[in-house]
Design a protein around this ligand. Structure first.
Ligand code: FMN
Length: 221
């Protein structure tokens, strides 16, 4: 008797409908071509100034940011909190206003910040990447990229990947609050922006983003 594995059938159908079985035309991510020899010198990540309970009490989404540049060590603390060497996740940082760092798109590998593309602070290209304008205006945006291909066609693995990347993003958001910043978790860069970077939605896919900076309303506290 042939036993049909409903999970496999479902996985295959979903993969076909989404084109995951074929992938997309651009399969090579530019992030694998990062020129690390030009990497930005990174300070040690800032230490949290707040304990766990303070962070939990204070955390809320922040959509408006002061026009102050954020210290690089704070941005490193946010990237480092998201970093998991055992995960497929790739960490991108869209820099608009971070002290000592040219505006642009960077990759972070746990030790280095390598420039992928210089993007002037007010370029329309930056705005095209985001669904909401406040994210383009944020001093920095973390974008977590993972792989649908690495899930091997299993929807269970896909769910686990999404949950794990979500945890990495939450860790980054809590680290930001710890160092006195605030931000908002959102859907990440639009696919049109990621395609430009060679992130095809299959081999590498943008999962989630975190826009951050000094909260605007902190000025009134
Ligand atoms: C995975 C995920 C994606 C989200 N995407 C967006 C988004 O694209 N735009 C947005 O304004 N809020 C988005 N949110 C909601 C905000 O992060 C935030 O949770 C919401 O504004 C509620 O605020 P609070 O977290 O302070 O309760 C998303 C949240 C999650 C967890």
């Amino acid at each position: 008797m042939v036993v049909i594995d409903r999970v496999d059938v479902l996985d295959e159908t979903v993969a076909r409908l989404n084109g995951w079985d074929r992938g997309f035309p651009h399969t090579k991510s530019k992030t694998s071509e990062t020129n690390w020899s030009d990497a930005v010198d990174l300070p040690e990540p800032s230490e949290s100034q707040r304990n766990f309970w303070e962070v939990q009490r204070l955390r809320r989404s922040v959509h408006g940011y002061q026009k102050h540049p954020i210290p690089l060590a704070d941005a490193v603390a946010v990237c480092e909190a998201a970093h998991d060497p055992d995960a497929e996740t790739e960490i991108l940082l869209v820099v608009r206003d971070v002290k000592g760092v040219e505006p642009g798109l960077y990759a972070y590998d746990g030790e280095r910040l390598g420039l992928l593309e210089a993007v002037p602070a007010d370029s329309t290209r930056r705005e095209e990447w985001f669904l909401q304008r406040e994210f383009a205006a944020a001093p920095a945006v973390l974008v977590l990229v993972s792989s649908v291909a690495a899930c091997g066609g299993s929807m269970h693995a896909y769910r686990q990947m999404m949950v794990h990347v979500g945890e990495q993003c939450q860790d980054a958001a809590l680290a930001a609050v710890g160092v006195g910043l605030g931000g908002v978790i959102f859907a990440g860069l639009l696919m049109v922006g990621l395609l430009d970077l060679g992130i095809d939605g299959f081999q590498r896919t943008g999962v989630v983003g975190y826009a951050f900076g000094y909260p605007l309303d902190a000025q009134r506290q």
